[in-house]
Design a protein around this ligand. Structure first.
Ligand SMILES: [Zn+2]
Ligand SMILES: [Zn+2]
Length: 329
């Protein structure tokens, strides 16, 4: 647990098993998990729940993890002009929203998407109509999932680069009749950095949080993807780095972890090397920053993990390729 009750999670791969991931989260002091419900790089969704699901949920309850998040597949793009792609994205999102309660997940996290040249306003309307269509066919239940829209670094016509675009998106979704309490925002710090927000200083963080509070309402911020960045400020690139060891650095990361307006937010790490022991190291680094301790120096090999090198481009995040084969049993 972070100071003042804030909860820290991580996107852990499920390749070693679902219960094993919960045990790992507990062993390294995490409070929650983000997972993929299925292969994140494929459209096809499995028809039956994974066979470990019952044991997973029991162990989650036993350990007290939560709120759980499901990250929707990377293929989903509601914003683009291609109709078939749009329809497939709606289908997958509907599926994720429908299965989330069976996973015990409160959040379904999805990238806002790219308009692919059709322009911001057209793209926002496409996203809003797609989200309304997805929600329209999600069965009612006692614990409906909240759809959490993730900001973009802005590469390739990405929508949601700043507070104004995220606010416009929420407004367009509300206009389509989707209840406000079913949609929230996730800020990925590496995406913020790629989009040009100077969050390497406390002042930069304060300004962004202030803008979000003024124009959207800080209660609409449900999740933070806590990642440092290998990319330059405003580069529109999205390459995640270990906490405090990238271009954002310790001052900005500490402020994100301790800003008084962010107490209700859940933090999820998406840092490199989750399968190689760096999950524990980055969880510890986040706690060190939050509690005012200096950060340990990372070994040189930490900065050059094989997986991290391949993770370039506007929308690729850690754990994507490592987890592509997960849950296929
Ligand atoms: Zn994401
Ligand atoms: Zn993210």
């Amino acid at each position: 647990m972070l100071p003042d009750g804030r909860r820290l999670g991580a996107h852990l791969p499920l390749g070693g098993g679902m219960v094993a991931a919960v045990n790992r989260a507990q062993a390294i002091g995490l409070d929650t998990l983000q997972i993929f419900s299925d292969n994140p790089t494929a459209w096809r969704r499995r028809a039956e729940p994974p066979r470990e699901l019952g044991a997973f949920r029991a162990r989650v309850d036993e350990v007290g993890l939560g709120p759980l998040a499901i990250h929707a597949p990377y293929l989903v793009n509601l914003a683009g002009p291609d109709d078939m792609f749009h329809e497939r994205s709606i289908d997958v999102l509907r599926h994720e929203l429908t299965v989330a309660p069976t996973f015990g997940a409160r959040f379904v996290n999805v990238h806002t998407g790219s308009h692919k040249g059709s322009g911001l306003e057209v793209g926002i309307e496409r996203i809003a109509s797609g989200i309304a269509a997805a929600f329209a066919d999600v069965p009612d239940g006692p614990d409906p999932a909240i759809l959490v829209l993730e900001n973009t670094a802005g590469g390739g016509g990405g929508i949601g680069v700043d507070v104004d675009e995220m606010g416009a998106l929420l407004a367009a979704i509300a206009t389509r009749g989707v209840p406000l309490d079913r949609v929230a925002i996730c800020l990925d710090t590496a995406h913020l950095w790629g989009a040009g927000h100077p969050i390497h200083t406390a002042h930069g963080v304060d300004r962004l949080v202030g803008e979000f509070g003024d124009r959207i309402g800080i209660e609409r911020l449900a999740m933070i993807h806590l990642n440092d960045s290998k990319s330059e400020l405003g580069s529109r690139m999205d390459r995640h780095e270990h906490i405090g060891a990238g271009a954002i650095g310790p001052d900005g990361m500490r402020r994100i972890l301790t800003h008084p307006d962010l107490r209700q937010v859940t933090y999820y790490l998406e840092t490199p090397g989750m399968d190689e022991g760096y999950d524990a190291i980055n969880a510890e680094r986040a706690r060190d920053l939050a509690e005012g301790r200096p950060l340990a120096i990372l070994p040189p090999e930490a900065m050059n993990l094989p997986g991290a090198r391949a993770r370039t481009g506007p929308s690729v995040e850690p754990a994507a390729e490592a987890s592509a084969a997960e849950l296929t049993g």
